[in-house]
Each structure stands twice: as C-alpha cells, then as structure tokens.
Design a protein around this ligand. Structure first.
Ligand SMILES: CC(=O)SCCNC(=O)CCNC(=O)[C@H](O)C(C)(C)COP(=O)(O)OP(=O)(O)OC[C@H]1O[C@@H](n2cnc3c(N)ncnc32)[C@H](O)[C@@H]1OP(=O)(O)O
Ligand SMILES: CC(C)C(=O)C(=O)O
Ligand SMILES: [Mg+2]
Length: 539
C-alpha cells in the first residue's frame, strides 16, 4: 500500500486520496452502483479465539456481558465459543445465542459430526445462527497433525459442510493454515466447500506467517482463480506472531476480503489476533483509500476494550493504538502547542469517536509554555507575564525531578511562587535522636517575634517526630496530605527540597523548604505551610 495522493487525515477532517480498489466481488459492484463503499463485516472472536489466551477464561455470565456489549458495538458476527470443548462452554454459547439479539451468533466445530451436532445445539436458538467448521489445509497440518492425505481431507471438509448445512443455512468454512497451504489445493478445497453449501469462506493466517503484500496477493489470486467466491462472503483471520495481524487483514480488505475476523484488544492464541479497534479505525480513518466501511458504532470501542480487559484480567499496554492510555495523550511541548492551535496537527482520530472523553495534555519536563499556560488557565489561574515566568521556571525545576506534573503539583508550585508568606514562625534549629531500637525523638527550635521557642516530641519516624514537635510549638495540628522530597543538586552534598501539602483547619496549605539535610528541608517546608495558614488570617 502506498499513498498516491495528499496525505489523508480522516474523512471527518479533510479530503482523502482516492485509489482504485480492484475488487470485482458482487458487493463491490452493487455498492459502487449505488455509489457506496463496500461493507466489511466484522466477525468478533474475542469469546472464542480471544478466550484461548492462558488465564483469560470467561464464565457464562462474563461471556454474556461481553456479548451484549459486542452487540452494542455493532459487530456483525459474534463467535461465542467452541461448544464441544466443555459442557460449560456449550451452555455459555447457548446463553449468548438465546439472549443476544442483532449479530449472527457462531459456534466453532472441527470437521467432525459430533462437534457439529454440539455446535448446532449451542447456536440453534439464535436469531441468526452460524456453524463455523474448520480443517487444516496446509501439508504441515495434514501430514503432521491430522495425519491424512489431501484428498481425504478435502472429502472430510465437504462432508462436514454438508452435514452442518443440514442444520443451518449459514455455514462458514475455514481452511486452517491457509497461508502456508498449496495454492492449487486451497482453491480446490474452497470450490468444493462452496459447492457443498458454505456461505462464508475464511482464509486464515493461522500462525501469523504471512506478510501484507503476500497475503493481499493471496486473497486477490483466490478471487481470480475461484469465481465461486463471488457467491459467498470471503473472510480473513490473522494472527499476530510477527506483529502483522492488522496489516495483513487490511491488505486483505484492500484485495477483496469482505469479512475480517478479529478480537477486542487483539487478544488471542499466542501473540493474539488482529485487533478489532485498529482494523475498524483504520478503515474508518482511511475510508476512501479502502473504498470500504464497517457499521461498527465506534463510540462503544473504548468501553468494550475496558470491559474485555477487566473480565479477562489482561491489561492493555499504554501505547496500544486506539485504546491504550497514551493513545490520545500528548506530552511534548511542540505537539501540545500544535494540538492547542488545531487538533488536526497531531490527531488523526478524535478521541470522542472511540468513546474517550477527550485527549489529555500531560505536563512533563518536555512540555512547553503553551501547555503550561493552558493547564493553568484550566485550573483558574490568571497570571501576569512575570508571575508566569516564575511559575514556568519552578515547573521545569520540579518536572526534571518528576515523571509527570499533576494539577495538584501545579497548584503547589503556583502557591509557593506567588504567595509571599510573612514568617510568623522562623525555623531555627533541630536535633534528632533516632535508631532502630528506639522511638525517634526530635527537639525543634522556632523563632516567633524574636523569641526562641523550643519543644520536643516523639514520632514513628524522625520526620514525623519533627512535624509533631512543630505542631506543639505552633499550637495547631495538621494532616500531611502530600510529601515530596527530592535532591535539587547532584553529589553527596546535594541540596534536598521538600514540598508538603498539609490540611490545617479544613483547608490545604502548601509548603516548601530546602537544605542539604533532608530532615531540615522537611521541617522548613512544614513551618512554611503553617506560616501560610497563619497568613490566611488564622491566629
Ligand atoms: C486454530 C484454532 O484456533 S483451532 C481451535 C483451537 N481451540 C481449541 O482447541 C480449544 C478447544 N479444544 C478442546 O476443548 C479440545 O481440544 C477438543 C474437545 C476440541 C478435542 O479434545 P480431544 O478429543 O481430547 O483431542 P485433543 O485436543 O487431544 O486433539 C485434537 C484432535 O482433534 C483433531 N483435529 C484437530 N483439528 C481438527 C479439525 N479441524 N477437524 C477434525 N479433527 C481435528 C486432531 O487431529 C486430534 O485428533 P487425534 O486425537 O485423533 O490425533
Ligand atoms: C479456527 C480458525 C479460524 C482459527 O482460529 C485459525 O485458523 O487461527
Ligand atoms: Mg485463530
């Protein structure tokens, strides 16, 4: 695939390059006549192939919950399980078939009568049931796993399709390991299964071996060599062993595939299946390139992803496309500036289109003034230029020491920089007695109105003992809400900076203190917070 026009943004954002699709299937023709793009059927196999992930097993109730959400998402087919695999899976698929309305409900079966009987038992009450039969077609699978020759396997496939057809009008046949199969033999199997009544032919890249150009070519060649494919739906099913499941699926769509089998979050056997959200959003974002569309309600994508992650107990990696926590997070200054000027500069998908409320601008040491100014405004701060410069300087200083600056951090920075606090109490000195066999004891001296006041207190640690002591001297208790201690310079004699947020009298006060001694820095920060409290009119 390559761009043959201006770089696409998305249909919602601007014009797209128009390219020749090259399809000659019946749907393409029909849709083109009515000037509509081809519909790509989304076959979700989260509950079957996705559930083959170790540890991801779902019970009946969980399968139903996900299936109902998949129906809201608008998938065309839900493969609800492999009913012959266990009595519980049979019941789970039955429950989904009986209760979930809208999508076709499919059950998987090996090319053997017993599996097909059970699959039918599972899906027969669905509004639109489908039996999905599969059998290996590569010599590797035939010789090493099934231990039979091509001809008898072909016969078995045909008999299985005919047998399934007795029960169900809609029968999908999968040529397992198609991408490693002999092409002529693959064509013969497909032709024979269509003749036997298959309504959908699936051409899986079972072991994720294919490369996009090659897989696209396979689909194109199949369409050319097997005209009967025009009478059925041609489907693809890609695995991610080389990280190419989505790329291969899209190459197939480009070359005439009409159904894509995929899973939420890309979960599935080994490295997983093609990810539904990536395929759907790629087709949507580059619709005219593919000359195709899906009927997925994309605003349900994020919710579905969260649900599957939660119920399967498989976290989504932060940089996962579309649904990862960083998919719409901008953290570098140049990008943030661009986004604030016009989101199309760095956003090809609107987060709300996949059900995420908004993009996020994460403040880090790589952020610039534009993002900082924006966040300060969001937090309600209106600063003069001079104040902003001071806040920016301290922001960079803190950001260099922290991975991310939260709104709370920023509030502390602003408070510390902008509020001049009269020193009701001035820190003078402290002494600590501490060790692993005694309760820490601190003695602190503060100065008030020129007079030294000394007191002592214990605590569950030296810093806590110092804080308790300060509270005794100022005659006021506080609750430490946030405590951040960092070295501001390098080396053994590094200067430590303590930042605290203390709840005093129902309000939060920030304090900052520096010293080469971290306990002294903490004491200075605590006194600083109390001075803000007193400066606020509290006696
Ligand atoms: C590519 C895929 O994802 S395929 C789906 C993979 N998913 C699963 O396997 C999960 C569900 N599977 C199961 O619960 C079990 O494996 C069952 C119930 C299907 C079969 O269990 P068992 O009867 O104990 O067989 P077992 O799993 O040990 O071996 C599989 C057998 O099926 C045969 N087989 C494999 N695929 C097929 C097929 N498509 N059609 C017919 N037979 C097949 C194998 O050759 C093997 O037969 P053999 O025992 O005569 O050598
Ligand atoms: C059962 C088939 C479709 C499969 O999961 C595969 O080939 O990967
Ligand atoms: Mg698979």
């Amino acid at each position: 695939m390559g761009l043959d026009g201006p770089v696409d943004l998305c249909d919602a954002c601007g014009p797209l390059s128009t390219t020749k699709n090259g399809n000659r299937n019946k749907n393409t023709t029909r849709r083109k006549e009515s000037t509509m793009s081809r519909k790509i059927h989304i076959f979700d196999t989260t509950l079957r192939d996705g559930e083959q992930v170790p540890g991801a097993k779902l019970n009946r109730r969980q399968k139903l919950e996900i299936a109902e959400q998949l129906a809201r998402l608008g998938v065309d087919v839900i493969e609800a399980g492999f009913p012959c695999s266990s009595p519980e899976d049979l019941k789970a698929v039955q429950t989904v078939a009986e209760q979930v309305k809208g999508p076709v409900i499919a059950g998987l079966a090996r090319a053997v009568q017993q599996d097909i009987d059970i699959a039918w038992e599972a899906v027969k009450k669905a509004e639109r049931p489908r039996i999905h039969v599969f059998l290996g077609s590569s010599d590797i699978h035939l010789q090493k796993k099934l231990r039979r020759d091509r001809e008898s396997a072909l016969q078995q496939a045909v008999e299985a399709v005919k047998y399934a057809k007795k029960y169900c009008e809609d029968v999908e046949y999968s040529t397992e390991d198609a991408s490693r199969s002999d092409f002529e033999y693959l064509c013969r199997v497909i032709e024979a299964c269509i003749r036997a009544g298959a309504t959908v032919i699936n051409v899986p890249d079972t072991v994720g071996y294919a490369l996009p150009e090659q897989y696209g070519e396979l689909i194109r060649n199949l369409r050319e060599k097997v005209p009967a494919l025009d009478k059925v739906i041609l489907s693809v099913h890609c695995h991610n062993d080389l990280g190419l499941a989505v790329a291969n699926s899209l190459a197939a769509v480009r070359n005439g595939a009409e159904q894509v089998e995929c899973t939420i979050n890309g979960v599935g056997e080994r490295a997983g299946n093609a990810s539904l959200e990536e395929i759907v959003m790629a087709i949507r974002t580059r619709e005219s390139f593919f000359d195709a569309h899906t009927t997925i309600n994309t605003r349900e994508i994020y919710r579905t992803s969260r649900m599957v992650s939660r119920l399967m107990n498989i976290p989504v990696q932060p940089n996962k496309a579309i649904v990862g926590s960083n998919a719409f997070a901008h953290s570098s200054g140049i990008h943030q500036d661009g986004i604030l000027k016009d989101r199309s500069t760095y956003e090809i998908i609107r987060p709300e289109d996949v059900g995420i409320k908004a993009h996020s601008l994460v403040l880090t040491a790589r952020s610039g003034r534009a993002a900082l100014r924006h966040r300060l405004k969001e937090l309600g701060y209106e600063l003069t230029d001079e104040q902003f410069q001071r806040v920016h300087k301290r922001f960079l200083n803190v950001a260099d020491r922290k991975k991310e600056i939260s709104s709370q951090d920023l509030a502390t920075i602003v408070e510390i920089e902008l509020t001049k606090v009269p020193e009701t109490y001035t820190f003078d000195s402290l002494q600590i007695m501490s060790g692993n066999t005694m309760q820490p004891l601190a003695s602190v001296t503060l100065i008030k109105d020129g007079e030294k006041i000394t007191d002592a207190a214990t605590g569950n640690g030296p810093v806590n003992a110092v804080f308790n002591c300060i509270e005794r001297i100022v005659g006021q208790t506080g609750k430490l809400r946030d405590y951040d201690l960092k070295a501001v310079t390098m080396g053994k004699d590094a200067l430590g900076e303590a930042m605290v947020r203390v709840e005093i009298g129902g309000s939060i006060y920030s304090g900052i203190g520096t010293s080469p001694d971290v306990i002294e820095a903490s004491a200075r920060a605590y006194v600083n917070a109390f001075n803000r409290f007193f400066a606020n009119g509290n006696a």
